[in-house]
Design a protein around this ligand. Structure first.
Ligand SMILES: [Zn+2]
Length: 283
């Protein structure tokens, strides 16, 4: 039992509508022949060399990644360029590459943000920025934890349910602050702080947060902030997308979720005894 690459792409685009992608984004089929048969698909966050190796070595006919290989104009894919080399490796192995990026962020139910909300145990979720009023599609999610907790315990919960990364999980705000309503945004979601505040969130969990917006947010009423690795915030989508694609293709294609950790941060150093929380510098 196989499907054509074109059938697999059609199934993916039915779940992750390319029309939902940002205007600056680059989603869809990067390389691959829609007429080729596909027996195996690998889903991952990043189209990096280790993931391409995993796809080729597993005999995948299609690699599906969240992040684009190319986001800016490309005038050639020579094999002596790091990204061009990946394209050559994929084409030579008969493996296509398909990207579902901001369209997967905005997708309803099986997108990046619903997957992140689900792994954290949020219920009654809705988009922070719906594409239209009442829509299930949109950026970010806000929902409720089953039981109220504290910011420190919520950060520990996030660290326990998300893939482990060198940077770990950190939070800004009173560690004892009660947390029940949680806003999330996979990837770089700092711009959703006002939407999280408007939604009454006790905390916004996202990644790539910068000093000034976080510092300023903690000087006014509004949510605490929980910062996780960008890779960790988007990884929960990988098994969800793999499972839904296999089901949509009625099991005609074997779909695997990559277990490679492609967070580029590899080292985390803390002073002996730890830095502690807010307070005075020692010495
Ligand atoms: Zn991302």
């Amino acid at each position: 039992m196989t499907a054509t690459l074109g059938e697999v792409v059609a199934a993916l685009e039915a779940r992750y509508d390319p029309a939902l992608a940002e205007s600056w984004d680059a989603v869809g089929l990067v390389c691959g022949d829609p007429a080729d048969p596909v027996e195996r698909v690998l889903v991952a966050v990043d189209p990096v060399a280790a993931v391409v190796d995993e796809a080729v070595e597993s005999g995948a006919g299609l690699l599906v990644t969240h992040h684009p290989l190319f986001l800016t104009a490309v005038h050639g894919v020579p094999a002596d360029d790091p990204k061009g080399r990946l394209v050559h490796r994929l084409v030579r192995a008969g493996c296509g590459l398909f990207v579902a990026h901001t369209n997967a962020d905005r997708a309803a139910d099986v997108g990046v943000n619903d997957a992140l909300a689900a792994v954290l145990g949020l219920t009654a979720t809705r988009p922070l920025e719906p594409v239209a009023p009442g829509s299930r599609q949109g950026l970010g999610r806000v929902g409720e934890l089953a039981e109220p907790t504290t910011l420190a315990a919520f950060a520990a919960h996030a660290a326990a349910v998300l893939p482990a990364t060198a940077g770990g999980v950190r939070a800004a705000g009173d560690p004892d602050r009660p947390v029940r309503t949680v806003a999330v945004c996979g990837g770089s979601g700092g711009s959703l702080l006002p939407a999280a505040a408007a939604a009454g969130a006790d905390v916004l969990l996202t990644s790539d947060l910068r000093h000034h917006p976080v510092s300023e947010s903690q000087e006014r009423p509004g949510p605490a902030v929980c910062d996780v690795a960008h890779f960790a915030s988007e990884w929960p989508w990988v098994p969800v997308a793999a499972e839904v694609l296999a089901a949509d293709l009625s099991g005609r294609v074997a779909v695997a979720a990559s277990r490679l950790r492609t967070d580029p941060w590899a080292v985390h150093a803390s002073p002996p005894g730890g830095a502690g929380s807010a307070g005075r510098l020692s010495g």
